[in-house]
Design a protein around this ligand. Structure first.
Ligand code: FAD
Length: 638
């Protein structure tokens, strides 16, 4: 921004609780003589190396590249100087939240600051990313040492030395010699468990003693970098820019970030104007990173032989080119065919399963709508016996349980348990709905449809990475209108059953209803939201099913399951723990059903009105709880 003269005329505030007065990390990168990154950061570079060594193999030149080193403290100091020069204020506070209103509102424990642009580098929580199964850490523990007897090779960056215990992870030592006597010797672990400092110290001590003899410790450094190929949702607001790790700048398979952060900054400031440019890798390289992460997560002991073989069959120069994502597909193919094929094939199978897994409910819905039931062609409003089995199993497995966990959302009270206060609030929210239904059934129905539309829409739209309540409501309303329009006779029949009265026949209502799916289809295609497109295909095919079945399948297999996973993901609970929490309410719901519809001997159809009113009353507090839950847990306002 300074280089492009984009900060002179702005009032800037940097908020960070950390004073940044320590040399807490190094920023290394490789570049050739003419690269912009080198020219822009030359003044900060403290060391450079022209050769790379792996294990005790002989060193290799990486000419025309060089490996460069910046001390983090030098970068921090340079930023501090710039802040002084440009009158930038630094506030040592923690940001509690950022919220988009008319302006961006940044909350600290003392004040709320309003601004036009936010560059947000708060560390993201990778654990809460859905289906982020192959997420490990790169953790370090390093010693800056002075050798007493031996010497380092001053012009050699010792990139990976696997001659250390692997401890059910992939571990190696790297060495950055600052001169022939001092250097940084760092143990690095790719693994699920962060390296233990005491253990790392022992391993390093043994390594240094074995290969270099006596030494003196000058400084220590430690840290961890997330290795995840999935990034948290990026903010869609134009003036709220995710940067650093939060902006997806860390290469998942290596932990290198500095060069990517530089590229991202260039994109943000391109054309001499600030813009919210998203940083993303080429999908081919994302795939390679994911394969490696799968291997390192499931078969961590394979890491060492794979890296060792890689550096045997390919030159270090090529590997740096590959890591910088500048290699060609042909070169990559030749590299992979020279590596151990077994782990990569197995990882590809795991990858395929991982990708398809998310789509299983959707595929089920589409296949069921296309081939599964003939209930509609037989003109049944209610289900045939097979449909009934599917719906009952769905209700017991996920439909009822997903609504039985509202106490965990902290939507009504600030405790994650069923308290007396929670029950009172819950019931108090049901009462007005019951009264509306009793005294004005039409109003009750309209109200029910409006908040249902909001709830269905919100669940979907949040999951597809939007944060737009109008879009959420319109989508929810459209899907309901499409279902009712394409099952008009049944809808009318139900209206009569619930004492609301029928709607006069509308000409070609079935065809007009398609309009409700056309606009979302455009957005889904434009935004490449494949799940949304699939769901629209389901609704289109669901004209083959009865109204209640098509809605029921959507509700159970898509909506309830999505809500269940959202809760599971945020709470970091197992399915078992979720079921245990839901159990009392599940039993309660089954008991109520038994009393109302079995014991009284009339069945749902005869008690349609009663069933709908009951459903409407219990779903209102649920909608409120989930609404609060989504709003609170949205990444962009966390
Ligand atoms: C030991 C170590 C060595 C590394 N070596 C290299 C290397 O050689 N080459 C390379 O390319 N990459 C390297 N990396 C990786 C990468 O460059 C860094 O992780 C990089 O600093 C990531 O930038 P960031 O802005 O996302 O995170 P950080 O640099 O950690 O900055 C995040 C900042 O946000 C602040 N913060 C946190 N919460 C809040 C809050 N609520 N409100 C306000 N501020 C907050 C923190 O105090 C911190 O200052 C290394 C990382 C580590 C840990």
């Amino acid at each position: 921004m300074e280089k492009k003269q984009l900060i002179q005329d702005k009032t800037i505030l940097v908020i960070d609780p950390n004073t940044k007065l320590e040399n807490d990390k190094t920023f290394c990168f490789w570049a050739s003589e003419n690269d912009d990154i080198l020219n822009d950061y030359k003044y900060l570079i403290s060391h450079e190396w022209s050769n790379i060594q792996i294990n005790d193999n002989s060193e290799e030149s990486i000419n025309p590249l060089k490996y460069y080193h910046i001390n983090s403290i030098d970068l921090y100091d340079s930023c501090r100087n710039l802040a002084q020069k440009r009158n930038i204020t630094i506030l040592e506070k923690k940001v509690l939240s950022v919220e988009q209103k008319d302006q961006l509102h940044i909350k600290t424990d003392e004040s709320t600051i309003l601004c036009d642009w936010v560059f947000d580098s708060r560390p993201p929580d990778f654990k809460i990313i859905k289906n982020n199964k192959f997420y490990i850490s790169q953790s370090f523990f390093g010693l800056k040492i002075r050798l007493i007897d031996a010497h380092f090779k001053q012009d050699v960056y010792h990139m990976m030395d696997f001659r250390v215990a692997q401890q059910r992870a992939t571990q190696f030592v790297y060495i950055l010699p600052y001169d022939n006597q001092t250097g940084l010797v760092e143990l690095t672990r790719f693994g699920e468990i962060i390296i233990d400092k005491a253990e790392a110290l022992n391993i390093l001590d043994e390594f240094i003693n074995n290969h270099y003899g006596n030494y003196k410790v000058l400084e220590r450094e430690s840290g961890a970098i997330p290795m995840s190929s999935l990034s948290p949702k990026t903010i869609k607001n134009n003036r709220w820019v995710d940067i650093g790790t939060r902006g997806g700048n860390v290469k998942p398979s290596t932990g290198y970030a500095f060069a990517n952060m530089y590229k991202h900054a260039q994109k943000i400031c391109s054309n001499g104007q600030l813009k919210n440019a998203v940083f993303s890798s080429n999908s081919r390289f994302i795939f390679y990173d994911q394969l490696l992460l799968i291997i390192l997560t499931i078969w961590p002991h394979k890491g060492k032989p794979i890296f060792e073989r890689l550096f045997k069959v390919k030159s270090s120069k090529f590997i740096l080119k590959f890591l910088a994502e500048k290699s060609s597909f042909g070169e990559e193919l030749s590299m992979f065919t020279n590596l151990q094929i077994g782990p990569f094939l197995k990882a590809t199978v795991v990858w395929l399963f991982w990708q398809v897994k998310n789509y299983v409910p959707l595929i089920f819905l589409i296949l069921y709508a296309a081939f599964g039931s003939n209930s509609f062609t037989k003109n049944q409003t209610f289900f045939n016996s097979f449909d009934t089995c599917i719906v009952v199993v769905g209700l017991l497995l996920v439909g009822i349980p997903h609504g039985a966990l509202d106490h965990l959302t902290e939507g009504l009270v600030k405790e994650k348990k069923v308290t007396f206060k929670f029950i009172v609030y819950y019931l108090a929210l049901m009462v007005p709905i019951f009264l509306i239904w009793t005294y004005a059934p039409l109003m009750g129905l309209i109200f029910f449809l409006v908040y249902s539309a909001w709830h269905f829409g919100q669940t979907d739209i949040e999951n597809w990475g939007f944060s737009n309540p109008i879009l959420a409501f319109l989508w929810g309303m459209s899907l309901l209108c499409f279902l009712f329009g394409t099952h008009f006779k049944e809808f009318n029949y139900i209206l009569k059953l619930i004492n609301v009265g029928g709607i006069p026949d509308l000409v070609n209502v079935q065809y007009w209803s398609y309009l409700f799916l056309i606009w979302p289809l455009f957005i889904a295609v434009y935004k490449q939201k494949w799940y949304w497109i699939g769901l629209i295909i389901y609704f289109f095919l669901a004209q083959n099913l009865g109204l209640l079945l098509s809605f029921g399948l959507y509700f159970l297999v898509h909506h309830s399951y999505t809500g269940w996973l959202d809760l599971k993901n945020r709470l970091q609970f197992s399915h078992r723990k979720m079921f245990i929490h839901a159990l009392p309410f599940n039993f309660g719901a089954i008991f109520l059903y038994w009393v109302l519809f079995v014991e009284m001997g009339q069945g749902i159809e005869a008690n349609e009105a009663m069933f709908l009113v009951f459903l409407s009353c219990v779903s209102f507090p649920h909608v409120i709880c989930m609404g609060n839950f989504y709003q609170k847990n949205r990444l962009r306002v966390s």
